[in-house]
Design a protein around this ligand. Sequence first.
Ligand SMILES: NC(=O)c1ccc[n+]([C@@H]2O[C@H](COP(=O)([O-])OP(=O)(O)OC[C@H]3O[C@@H](n4cnc5c(N)ncnc54)[C@H](OP(=O)(O)O)[C@@H]3O)[C@@H](O)[C@H]2O)c1
Length: 250
Amino acid sequence: MKLEGKVAIITGSSRGIGYQIVKSFLENGAKVVICGSKEENALKAIDNLQKEMDLKEDYILPVGVDMKSTLSIQEMVDKVIKKWGHIDILVNNAGITSNVSLLDSTDEDFYNMFEVNVFGLLKTTREVVKYMKETGGVIINTSSMVGINGGRNQVSYAASKFAVNGITKSLAKELGMYNIRVNAVAPGVVETDMMRDSVSQDMKDMLIKMTPLHKIAECEDLVGAYLYLASDEAKFTTGTIIQVDGGLVM
Ligand SMILES: NC(=O)c1ccc[n+]([C@@H]2O[C@H](COP(=O)([O-])OP(=O)(O)OC[C@H]3O[C@@H](n4cnc5c(N)ncnc54)[C@H](OP(=O)(O)O)[C@@H]3O)[C@@H](O)[C@H]2O)c1
């Protein structure tokens, strides 16, 4: 039980990578805030969890939070503080992607990407740190291999994930004085709705060939990195970006 007694918020956890992080954190004794863009999506995820594991009473709080709305983020943080009184772990995982060339991109495409992937993350972090600075804690941002290597027709997404890496390193420097560690996980290609919507079968086959560990990741392949960073095992680790991509980017 690596996270016994800890309270963790995981944004973008109604499905995909975030959902697996929720499962792993619950299995390790944490109390978890499960977030979808709408509360009904978080509730649906709890229904799914109930089929997969024994949920302890009062260990999970479903919340609908729109990363584009400051008010919605503030309300989410208020709910958590009201229920559990403190926040020990924040996983900024909610994200969107797009495969649009620069010349086909509209202003709205640029703003939309940054509103969710960058400004939503910054606002959530700011609202959480108001409380976390009193106790210390851990922040883990979900980056991407595209935030390290770039991606063709992914200029907005790449810009947002390079920003996430910059935020990670800057906040590691700024928040260390409060005993808050800030790190990121940079996945490669992971089997989720996001990947299915944006990567063709041909591209998938090519990526598998290029990956030394020779497969597309399942969400389960990612969670060890999040659990490590959230736990005291990583107590002297801050400002790092851990790539979990089967060796695709090196
Ligand atoms: N899949 C990959 O190959 C891959 C690779 C590298 C990095 N990543 C990163 O990993 C993270 C999770 O991706 P995923 O593949 O698990 O995605 P996913 O399956 O598409 O799930 C996205 C999650 O983010 C939430 N979300 C989306 N827009 C939101 C908004 N405006 N406000 C609040 N929540 C919002 C969704 O909530 P709803 O269910 O309510 O819509 C959902 O919980 C993202 O940051 C992504 O960039 C993914």
